[in-house]
Design a protein around this ligand. Structure first.
Ligand code: SAM
Length: 311
């Protein structure tokens, strides 16, 4: 039973908030969908993010996720986490490419970050360079190990699966994860018009259904995560693998419990739409009261519609 939680008009509770804290990134991934990003150069300050998180907490949000761009390119990332953590959330997590993780892991842990997802599609240096246009594989690996060492838990690796690129590396990546107590998340490549190379996703898309079947056969236990869009988690020996399927479907929408904030401080009621954003940051900058800001938040929630509805 969920207490003190605001629900939208489709009875979906709002349990988590993803704040995209910057558009800037220090990698240039060939397949990136630039999800959550926009074209603005404006960024929110740590105090502004604190205010937003405080209102979120008031309306019942339990979890905060920070994303980007890459959140670690913000020099004030530790201060951002510290301010948000002081409010008292059940969970604060961050998604990063890991390039700067070694430098920040301990300070982030001390600031109150609970856990981290690190994007890593390959353990092969040439493939890494091809995918990211950068040569940071060693930095990312040592960042991941540092995150484990300082006790960010769980550490998850986000591996986007691509035909003829890294499908054959899943086993090796799973072994790496098991060795270090990391959860492996396999992500289905999403076609994206924002992608720099629009041929890429068509050519390399690999449906995860066949992989799921194999995992189901060998798993000791399978768990379906209700408020995480019904994602399945497979327990295999002492390892864990989660499957992240494309979001453009009714099942994803029916269990969506997440509200989003764009880098320039707008409420984004739906991951798949940009035409119903609700202005927030200018109201904070004008000095609106907490009560007024709460109303704006509720207005954003009121605009939530499942993008895909069940038949
Ligand atoms: N820079 C951070 C990072 O690398 O994790 C956060 C932003 S990144 C856009 C967030 C996640 O989206 C990463 O795990 C990335 O692999 C995934 N992603 C990006 N483009 C994708 C696509 N076309 N299909 C599936 N996942 C994608």
């Amino acid at each position: 039973m969920l207490k003190n939680v605001v629900k939208d008009k489709y009875e979906r509770p709002i349990l988590s908030l993803r704040i995209t804290i910057t558009n800037r990134c220090n990698e240039n991934c060939i397949y990136c969908h630039h999800d959550g990003m926009d074209s603005s150069k404006d960024e929110m300050t740590p105090d502004e993010m604190y205010t937003i998180s405080k209102i979120a907490k008031k309306i019942g949000v339990r979890k905060i996720r920070l994303s980007g761009g890459d959140p670690l390119v913000r020099k004030d990332i530790v201060e951002i986490v510290e301010k948000i953590a002081s409010i008292g959330f059940k969970d604060i997590s961050l998604t990063t490419n890991g390039v700067l993780l070694k430098k920040y892991a301990q300070d982030l842990k001390d600031a109150g970050l609970n856990r981290v997802n690190v994007s890593l599609d390959t353990l092969n240096r040439d493939t890494y360079k091809y995918l990211t246009n950068m040569d940071y594989l060693n930095e990312v690996k040592s960042g991941i190990l540092k995150a484990v060492e300082v006790g960010l838990y769980p550490v998850k690796i986000n591996m986007v699966i691509m035909k003829d690129v890294n499908v054959h590396e899943i086993k090796e990546m799973f072994e790496f994860c098991k060795e270090h107590g990391i959860i492996l998340q396999l992500i289905e490549l999403i076609e994206s018009e924002n992608c720099d190379d629009d041929e890429f996703s068509a050519e390399h898309h690999y449906p995860l259904d066949s992989i799921e079947k194999e995992l189901a056969d060998i798993a000791d236990k399978v768990h379906e995560r209700k408020f995480m869009q019904g994602r399945k988690k497979y327990y295999i020996g002492d390892g864990e693998i989660e499957i992240v399927k494309p979001v453009d479907n009714a099942k994803f929408c029916a269990s969506c419990s997440r509200l989003r904030i764009t880098p320039d401080g707008k409420i984004k009621p739906c991951l798949l739409r940009n035409d119903n954003l609700v202005e927030l940051i200018s109201h904070i900058r004008e000095g609106k009261s907490e009560k007024e800001l709460e109303e704006i938040f509720l207005n954003g929630i009121n605009k939530r519609e499942p993008f895909n509805k069940e038949n």
